[in-house]
Design a protein around this ligand. Sequence first.
Ligand code: ADP
Length: 609
Amino acid sequence: MFDVSRLPRLLSRPGFYLFLTGALMALGFALAHRISERSGREQLSALSTERLELYATNLSAELGRQASLPSLLAIAPTLQALMNAPDDADARRAASQMLARVNVRAGTHQLFVADAEGQVLSASEPLTPPARLREAMAQGRTNFFAADPATGSSDFYLLHPLRQPQQAAAGVIVVRFNLAPLEATWVDLGLRSQNERILVADDQDVVIMSSVQAWKYTVLGHADPSRRRALQASARYPQAIGADLELPASLEVHQGQQVKLPGAKPMLAQQRQLVPLGLRLVALSDLTEVRQRAQAAAWGGAAFGASIGLLLLYLSSRRRALRQLTQAQTQLQQAHAQLEQLVDSRTAELRQANEALKTQIAQRLQTEGELLQASKLAVLGQMSAGLSHEVNQPLTALRALARNSIRLLENGRRDAVATNLQLMDDMVERMSQITRQLKSFARKADEPAGGSTPLLDSVRAALLLLEHRSRALGVQIDVDLTAGQRVRAEANRLEQVLVNLMGNALDAMQHEPLRRLRVRARPLDEGRRVLIQVQDSGTGVSETALPHLFEPFFTTKPAGEGLGLGLVISAKIVHEFGGTLRAVRLERGMSFEFDLAVDTTSTMETADV
Ligand code: ADP
């Protein structure tokens, strides 16, 4: 069973339309062929019927023209006289002369009078009566057909009895027509027209006249041997009965019937009975042209069917394409809407992330500031032990000097007191120098990065801050700098960097036998920049630790001694000055190096500390 719900899917398949096109082509082919052939046959049939009518009229007119001649002659006194005295030679001669005259005038072939036995009594010219005459007379026929045994021509005979009033027939008057001229016109026509054949069959279905000479004296339909022998014996035909002319023996009157003669093309047969003559006229029309036209029409029909199928295919493809287009448009609109939604949500997320980042940056800046300070304090913490020693020592010395001065004053040694006071002043000056440095170091840097700082001063200040440690360790210090060279850096923070680096150097060297700290400056970029190197002869850094040095909280020092922030903060400060801090492994120890811009107004002078 066909499922109706599958129809829309089926209708959207190109294969279905190709199948439909094929079916429409076949249908168009069959229909057009049938219609064209039918109408062609009808036309041909009508034409053929018309012609048949013409031939029939022709033949009837030819025969009917003299139909009344025998009956008229029957009442002629000459012939009456002959009937009264059939053996009278004068009467015969008179009758023959009269018949010859009438024969010429009427245009008939022959006229003769025969007695009841069929013997010729008188004739328009000497003749042998046809073999069928006695049979026809016995049957009381008024006409018959017979072929001339000598010439083979078709002859038609009209008979009329000759009798005395109230008596049986004593003889018969016979009019003979020769149909050869008429047949000749048909043969001529048959030669000229390839499309039409015509034949006349007698009551025995034997063809007695035809436009095709070969068909003459053939039998319509089939004749079995006995019938064939009987026909032969009847002596009605001048020659042997030919092969069967394979036409159906009983053709329907006025109705086109297709027949096929062996070795010939199919033909349309039409038949017309010539009742009074006992003959029938058959016309055979060639169907080739009709068939050719039907063939052409069939291809036309197929083309029409194909064009309808292809049109449907085109329409369906168009509909499908339009549907796909609409679908694509809808999808596009949906995608667009989704995209807009996505963009909106992403924008909102970005805004949030931006806010969060701002907050983080603010927090980070705050933390960084705090860390910077913490690192300083850590350095201060480390230094505090040494510092207290540094301050206590002068204080003890001051106390001793003060007490000594009192005693010297009591002894009146004012010069020695003055020397003591000078020494005390120097010590106080040194102490205040240390505290000043400490104060300035501990102060939180508020000024922006920049400014111009004498490099040597910063190095000296840093060394001073670490002096107690370096002295305690007995470190050899080399400073190789250009005096008066100024660099683009803020003094306090540059100092912080130097204190960090030198502090680390002292840490690294404290257990080493050789302790040497070098601070050097090398010109870079044609003197526009300077590379500051802080080198030590300490333990150095392992290859694996090297990449982690500038990471926050990376330290190898025992807990409480190292924060792991010194290098991170130093690198950040140098970066703010526009330089880069790097760690380089030396054969013995480390070199921490950073570059700074040179203040070009600085004076060139080498100094050693
Ligand atoms: P901290 O000194 O608090 O540990 P730093 O950031 O200043 O933090 O230094 C990190 C680490 O780098 C130190 O723990 C040490 O291992 C190494 N380091 C720094 N300077 C030197 C140096 N001059 N020689 C050897 N190791 C060093």
